[in-house]
Design a protein. Structure first.
Length: 544
């Protein structure tokens, strides 16, 4: 059921026909839904504009076969409601997209959030009027809303990237980006399929479609370090254990750097004997999820010898699984450090390359030259024909979704231009000259909801602080923003995430500035920083 904003109990209409609310939220995914819930509880009127025709954000759009959590399901859901925690039963340790979408629908219904959401509404522009201290959002279909505050809950990875290949418009088969997989699915049975990309998305998708296709060609530019997910069904005993241990699970997640439940081994890989080190590598390898890196010796996740030692262990695991040594070598990553790109988790990915009907093509050696009416052609001249062509080519991360909205702050300054050389914010979520705008999507990586929940709480508490203390607007000082940008640059230099060319640093998008896009700090450090800022009467912000 779609209830329009006009039916929302919160909405009021101004004389000029524009809907008036206290807060505009953009997006109805994990962050947007919780923002609505918090805002309403704090007594604000709010509207969320959502591009899709349902809630879920990432879990609404990414319906490609194989899409599932890489975080343990019971660490991924919301923790703000004990009732919700007890009612919802995750069926698998790493839940798949259909269940995840159902969960977010369940949340929207349970907390009656739909009436605040205007679906199929993409915000095209967001313009600040200094005289009235109001933001006006205008959607693609011309609907307008005005508010004092705005929260962009538009996700880190929502602006899909399709490389600008010559000839794409001439392609006569079925094609899609994984982020726009049609609800009705794509019939792969007996079809010739091509897939471009081998990131976390492709690695989930490829084993699923390889089951059905007549022939699959995978175009790989960079092989990744992929680790076995080892998903399984949650049995009754484990379910009971999970439900009775949510406080401990939560506490554990909140104590770790990336808000996952795994804790690094405080020992160095080289502080133990070779046998003990290998025993730990093998033991963790046999375990599910991200444990292989997040519960490993601490120095495995730092640039240096331990990192390379473990990288070689993973390379050998790949070599063991792929029968053809030449293909195996193509799949072995050699140009980046283990963990410097987001690790894909896989379920039978490498075995796919042992199938007779699957071919791996190295497009670093021989790049894609153009898309043709029947398929594609490599620079070296080789032609391929497909019934379906899949772009698993990733995202213009973090700033990409903001750039899709024309955002104008004080004096008509355009955010996209301000962010041209990388985001300029204070703590990832607030930019000088854009009062009362919280770019909440730009503030976190890690186990997403575990970072997003406290972030939403901080932002909505801040909005309440402004209201309750007789202020009308809040924005960071220029100095706080400059200091933060410098901190991002300096802090970023030291961490693994900046060492490879990936979306973490915008290096996957031709022409995009190469800078770290999210904070270099751990999640506990970021929470402490925000708490300190709030405790010191919003130090670093101007309130007026
Ligand atoms: P991605 O990691 O950026 O991978 C994109 C792939 O497309 C890469 O292999 C890239 O090659 C390739 N590519 C891009 N342009 C190309 C071109 N012109 N020619 C040939 N190849 C090209 O994107 P993704 O796989 O969608 O994953 C993005 C992020 O989404 C992940 O890192 C992760 O954070 C998130 N994700 C999460 C889950 C989960 O939680 N379960 C699942 C999937 C994705 P290069 O590597 O050479 O650039």
């Amino acid at each position: 059921m779609v209830i329009s904003a006009q039916e929302s109990s919160a909405a009021t209409q101004s004389a000029d026909g524009i809907e008036e609310v206290d807060v505009i939220v953009i997006g109805a995914g994990v962050t947007g839904l919780y923002s609505l819930y918090r805002l309403r509880n704090l007594g604000f009127t709010a509207i969320s504009f959502e591009e899709g025709d349902g809630v879920g954000g990432t879990w609404y759009w990414n319906r490609y076969p194989g899409a599932r959590f890489d975080s343990e399901s019971y660490t991924y859901g919301y923790f703000f409601s004990e009732e919700l925690l007890q009612e919802w039963e995750w069926k698998e340790h790493y839940s798949a997209q259909p269940e995840n979408e159902r969960y977010l629908n369940y949340v929207a219904d349970k907390f009656d959030l739909r009436r605040h959401i205007r679906f199929e509404s993409r915000v095209a522009s967001l313009v600040y009027n200094e005289a009235s201290n109001r933001w006006t959002a205008t959607t693609d279909d011309g609907y307008q809303a005005r508010s004092q505050f705005v929260i962009t809950a538009i996700g880190i990875l929502s602006a899909r990237y399709v490389p600008d290949f010559e000839g794409l418009e001439s392609y006569e088969g079925v094609w899609t980006h994984t982020n726009r997989w049609p609800k009705e699915g794509i019939d792969m049975v007996g079809k010739r399929v091509g897939i471009i990309g081998t990131g976390a998305t492709a690695v989930q998708l490829i084993p699923e479609i390889a089951k059905d296709v007549a022939h699959l060609t995978v175009f790989q530019r960079t092989p990744n370090f992929c680790v076995p997910l080892r998903n399984s069904v949650i049995d009754d005993d484990t379910q009971a254990y999970i439900k009775s241990h949510y406080p401990e699970i939560y506490a554990q997640c909140m104590s770790t750097a990336g808000s996952f439940m795994h804790m690094f081994d405080p020992r160095s890989a080289f502080s133990v004997s070779e046998e003990e080190k290998m025993e730990q590598y093998e033991r963790l390898w046999a375990e599910p999820g991200f444990k292989k890196w997040l519960a490993n010796f601490y120095d495995v996740m730092m640039p240096g010898e331990a990192n390379e030692d473990y990288a070689e262990f993973v390379r050998n695991k790949i070599r063991e699984r792929v029968h053809d040594p030449e293909v195996a070598e193509m799949l072995v990553p050699k140009n980046h450090m283990f963990g410097s790109k987001r690790l894909p988790c896989e379920s039978g990915y490498y075995e796919v390359y042992n199938q007779d009907n699957v071919r791996l093509v190295d497009v670093r050696q021989d790049p894609i030259a153009r898309i043709t009416p029947r398929g594609l052609q490599l620079t070296g001249g080789e032609d391929f024909e497909f019934d379906a062509l899949i772009f698993a080519t990733g995202y213009d991360a973090v700033t990409g979704p903001l750039n899709l909205i024309h955002i104008e702050g004080i004096g008509g300054e355009v955010l996209k231009e301000k962010f041209a050389n990388g985001p300029r914010t204070f703590m990832g979520m607030s930019s000088y000259g854009y009062p009362n705008l919280f770019t909440i999507n730009a503030a976190s990586v890690g186990n997403f909801p575990r970072s997003a929940e406290p972030l939403v709480e901080w932002v909505t508490d801040t909005v309440a602080y402004v209201r309750d203390n007789g202020h009308s607007r809040i924005q960071p000082t220029k100095q706080a923003e400059d200091d933060w940008v410098q901190h991002m640059r300096e802090g970023g230099e030291k961490i693994l995430r900046t060492q490879a060319d990936s979306w973490f640093v915008g290096a996957n998008i031709p022409g995009k500035a190469r800078v770290l896009l999210t904070a270099p700090d751990t999640a506990p450090v970021m929470r402490a920083k925000r708490a300190e800022v709030a405790a010191n009467d919003y130090e670093g912000f101007t309130l007026d």
